[in-house]
Design a protein around this ligand. Structure first.
Ligand SMILES: *Cc1c(COP(=O)(O)O)cnc(C)c1O
Length: 214
């Protein structure tokens, strides 16, 4: 059978997992399909892939109802910053939110009848313009999430661009361990193998699956 980007990425994940003495089944590959058309997404669905990521509520609402009608077992992941006033709309279409990063959003999600499972996003590189909670605020914030009805999936982090990602992955993993969390959403096209080595359970990969954007 001809190789595909999806198969290549799966093979690389499996290899990285084996080298780290981990099971590939413990790692979810999320195909980040933002700005990709249904024509690019359907081949992955046809190949059996089911976890997809988007970073805007409106774009997900445009693209995914038709695709979900054909593939009802799709799991959609919100990986972009989420405004509190979009929480309800997001919960209606997304199964998992990777960007819970502030009390106002927590409050908006906790009010919903069936809040989606959420990763708490940590601003792991302490970057000013980046989403994510300050590390210092994490203990208190996790307490607030745990006191709510929101299922807590784990931590999400995005290391600063242009820096070696491993130390940031290691720090995220250490924070998760310290707080008794299993889920680690980290690792993208350029660094998912080191994320696997350092304990990632959810990889968010776009370019390696869909190609460079034109
Ligand atoms: C776009 C995006 C990704 C995927 O990035 P690639 O480098 O294309 O793999 C992962 N996470 C988030 C939050 C994104 O916005």
């Amino acid at each position: 059978m001809a190789s595909s980007p999806l198969q290549d990425v799966r093979d690389r994940i499996a290899l990285a997992a084996r080298r780290a003495d981990r099971s590939p089944e413990d790692i979810t590959l999320i195909a980040v399909s933002k700005k990709r058309g249904a024509d690019e997404i359907r081949p992955l669905l046809e190949a059996g892939h089911r976890d997809f990521g988007e970073n805007r509520v409106a774009e997900a609402q445009e693209k995914w109802p038709a695709l979900k009608a054909d593939y009802p077992d799709v799991r959609l992941h919100m990986v972009g910053q989420l405004q509190s006033n979009k929480a309800e709309e997001a919960a209606a279409i997304f199964d998992v939110i990777h960007s819970l990063d502030r009390p106002s959003l927590l409050k908006a999600l906790a009010k919903l009848d069936n809040p989606p499972s959420c990763y708490v996003q940590v601003n792991i590189g302490a970057e000013e313009q980046k989403g994510g909670l300050d590390i210092a605020e994490l203990p208190d914030f996790l307490g607030q999430v745990r006191a709510s009805d929101i299922p807590l999936a784990g931590l999400m982090a995005m290391p600063p661009q242009g820096l070696e990602a491993s130390p940031f992955f290691a720090l995220t993993a250490e924070l998760a361990r310290r707080h008794g969390l299993q889920g680690l959403s980290m690792g993208m096209t350029n660094d998912f193998e080191s994320a696997v080595r350092l304990g990632a359970t959810a990889l968010r990969v776009g370019t390696a699956l869909f190609g460079e954007r034109g």
